[in-house]
Design a protein. Structure first.
Length: 746
């Protein structure tokens, strides 16, 4: 391994460095691919977020610091200093009792309702409008601005806060503003308007209510005396003690009368309902031909009909044939054949629609018969109920005549008693309400102000302002990193060799180190650091070549295609290093540049671009003119040549088969560097000529869905063996750093 320096000639040092610089170039393709999802292990894999953070931590930190500073300044300035003025009102749990005791304390639910009512009244539009009419409120600049451009009541309603601290008998009314004088003025104006427009008005309404109740109670007392006198007169006319018997008989007759009358009313309602249903059914019977049949029943009838099922199946097959023919028929015969098929499909559709219409008529006939049966049933029921209605009417007339025989005096007496009872209860309720209101008017008010608002001197939002600023700093630091990490995870980049071997189920031949960009241009330098990286690269590639040699001995694996899913994943470097390693083993090795669209070996090895692969594809022949020796023993290079569409057409038609047969006889190994597989189709045709396909996978750059799609494409082209080499993995070293340095020193 100490002779690796001699295997890379000095005249190729600059070109070799140029090839290695391709590892850091990433070219995004504009095409969209239908990629299969790679296989993922069961359960969440938290390490993918760790790898995403490892890749994006510097950008996340920089963006996070910038966002944190901007957000902190914006939040701190936007929040600003706020001053809160608070006024306190006492809201008693119940009206004060003049004679001791307070039964309302045991009803907290009613007290909560009362508090909520007072809160809504304080925030009502007429209270706020009264507050806005005050001159000191109108002088506030913000109020003037809102009155010119919007609704001042809505503006004030959003800034008034009403609360009951600790669910006590205290209502706190507060306003928060940038200026303490404005907050104090608004709170005082709203509280004064509430006391004037709600609390005092409520006591005035109670006084008016007391006056009204006194008038009504006097009228009720006079009416009660009149009813009692009338009852006394009717009892004297009925004969004294016989009044109780007549009353009992009359009550029984009235109960029977009420029962029969209720039955009569129910029967009339039933007859009206049945007449309405009968009219609806008759209208439905007339319009049954214009209504749509039930699609479910129609579908069931079509499914049960053998002819309809056969016709539907034939129609479906003809439509499939029509679609298939439109996509596969040759242009010359396409229109005529498709027109014949369309005519046949149209005939089948008309036959199917005829059967379908017959089924609809059958369903309508069935529905017509059902409606007719319902109409007949309803008519029979109506006749029966009409006869019963007449009998009930006769019973009512008979009971009425019996009650008239007993005498109207008992009925009037019972009615007077009922009226007297009702009037007595109403008079008692009104008298109680009147006395309660009088007590409330003599007691202290239920709502009173006990603490006026004072001018606030200290901002009320200092703690909140600092807290929001700190939260904005934390959000600014974390959110960009989280978004970058989630975006990186969604791309499903390759993090470790296990992502390729276990998740994608692609065998891994080995791994090569990712050389830092600052070392790439000085890789051929005699410095210890550059030689250490050079040795790591050589050892890792030699390990991969050793595995290929074992496979070549086991089965004839001599043509090795090196490619990648997309551009910029290190395939060209891997192919050249692999060819160098195989040549160092004494095998006659050919390195072919099949990346026809973007060739590179002519510049790397200082060789002419033409003649090369493209010329052999266009005009197959001897390969001697296209194979160029290099300064490395046993290593030969075939450049790409001048690419055109004719060369690609020849490649797709199998023109390279004879060339590869000749190369197999002349060389022990043929290493092919192709174009990426996903963007273009060149490498897919070449893969059919190779014994082994090696995919170059770049850690932190290659994406798992694209690798999965690449493997599926290669499988579709009949490739039997696909393996991967991971660039940038930490699994490639056998020796420690100290061992490598010791080897370089030796």
């Amino acid at each position: 391994m100490t002779q690796d320096r001699a295997l890379l000639p000095g005249d190729l040092a600059a070109a070799h460095s140029t090839a290695l610089m391709g590892n850091d170039a990433l070219e995004e393709s504009g095409m969209e691919w239908g990629l299969a999802e790679p296989m993922t292990p069961a359960g969440p894999d938290l390490m993918i977020y760790v790898h995403a953070l490892r890749r994006r931590w510097l950008a996340a930190l920089g963006i996070g610091l910038a966002c944190a500073v901007v957000l902190a300044v914006a939040v701190y300035v936007a929040v600003g200093d706020k001053y809160t003025a608070v006024a306190y009102l006492r809201v008693a749990i119940s009206e004060a009792q003049m004679f001791g005791g307070n039964s309302a304390i045991a009803d907290p639910v009613r007290f909560d309702i009362y508090k909520n009512t007072q809160e809504q009244l304080l925030l009502s539009r007429y209270v706020l409008m009264a507050a806005l009419r005050k001159p000191e409120v109108y002088k506030i600049p913000a109020v003037k601005e809102v009155q010119r451009n919007g609704d001042p009541i809505e503006w004030l309603m959003k800034r008034i806060s009403v609360s009951f601290p600790g669910r006590a008998e205290v209502m706190a009314v507060s306003v928060t503003r940038d200026r303490p004088e404005e907050a104090l003025t608004l709170v005082k104006a709203v509280v004064d308007s509430y006391l004037t427009e709600v609390v005092n008005v409520e006591r005035d309404q109670k006084r008016v209510r007391v006056t009204e109740l006194e008038t009504v109670c006097a009228a009720k007392d006079q009416n009660i005396r009149r009813l009692r006198q009338e009852m006394r007169n009717i009892g004297e006319q009925a004969g004294g003690t016989e009044t109780d018997v007549l009353t009992t008989k009359h009550k029984l007759l009235l109960e029977d009368y009420n029962l029969i009358n209720a039955q009569f009313a129910r029967k009339k309602e039933d007859i009206a309902r049945l007449n309405s249903e009968l009219a609806g059914l008759r209208a439905l019977l007339q319009n049954v031909d214009q209504t749509e049949v039930n699609p479910v029943e129609l579908e069931m009838m079509l499914n049960n009909d053998q002819m309809a099922r056969d016709l539907a199946m034939e129609l479906g097959l003809k439509r499939m044939d029509q679609v298939y023919t439109s996509g596969t028929a040759k242009p010359g015969t396409k229109n005529a054949y498709i027109n014949r098929q369309a005519d046949h499909v149209k005939v089948l559709e008309e036959r199917y629609e005829t059967i379908k219409e017959a089924m609809r008529q059958k369903l309508r006939g069935k529905e017509r018969n059902q409606i007719g049966e319902k109409i007949l049933q309803l008519e029979t029921t109506l006749k029966t109920m009409t006869v019963g209605l007449d009998e009930t009417a006769n019973k009512i007339a008979e009971n009425r005549r019996s009650a008239e025989k007993i005498g109207t005096s008992t009925v009037e007496l019972e009615m007077l008693r009922s009226d007297l009872k009702r009037e007595t209860l109403q008079a008692a309720d009104m008298s109680n309400e009147k006395e309660k209101l009088k007590v409330e008017l003599r007691s202290p008010p239920r709502i009173s102000q006990f603490a006026e608002a004072e001018l606030p001197l200290v901002p009320s939002n200092a703690t909140m302002r600092i807290g929001l600023t700190l939260l904005s700093v934390l959000a600014g630091l974390c959110c960009p990193g989280a978004l970058l990490m989630l975006w990186d995870v969604r791309t499903q980049r390759i993090n470790t060799t296990e992502d390729v071997s276990k998740k994608l189920r692609v065998p891994v031949l080995g791994s090569v180190p990712r050389i830092p960009s600052r070392v790439i241009r000085r890789l051929e330098s005699p410095s210890k650091r550059c030689q250490s990286w050079h040795l790591r690269l050589t050892e890792s590639v030699d390990g991969i070549a050793a595995r290929l040699l074992v496979k070549a001995d086991a089965r004839r694996c001599r043509v090795i295609m090196v490619s990648s899913a997309t551009a910029g994943e290190g395939k060209t470097t891997l192919a050249s290093q692999l060819a160098l390693s195989l040549a160092r083993t004494g095998r006659r090795t050919l390195l072919m540049d099949f990346d026809l669209r973007r060739p590179s070996f002519d510049e790397v090895f200082g060789l002419p671009l033409s003649p090369g692969v493209s010329e052999l594809l266009r005009e197959p022949g001897p390969t001697a003119d296209c194979v160029h020796p290099t300064t490395t023993d046993n290593l030969f290079v075939m450049t790409a040549g001048h690419w055109d569409r004719q060369a690609l057409a020849a490649l797709s038609n199998g023109a390279a088969t004879a060339t590869f047969k000749q190369l197999r006889e002349e060389f022990s190994f043929v290493v092919i560097d192709t174009s990426p597989i996903l963007p273009v189709a060149d490498a897919r045709f070449v893969s059919q000529l190779a014994d082994e396909v090696v995919l170059s996978v770049f850690r932190d750059l290659s994406e798992a869905p694209k690798i999965q799609a690449t493997c599926e494409i290669l499988a579709a082209f009949g490739v039997q063996s696909v393996e991967a080499v991971v660039t940038g993995s930490d699994d490639y070293t056998y020796n420690t750093q100290r061992g490598v340095e010791a080897t370089v020193t030796a």
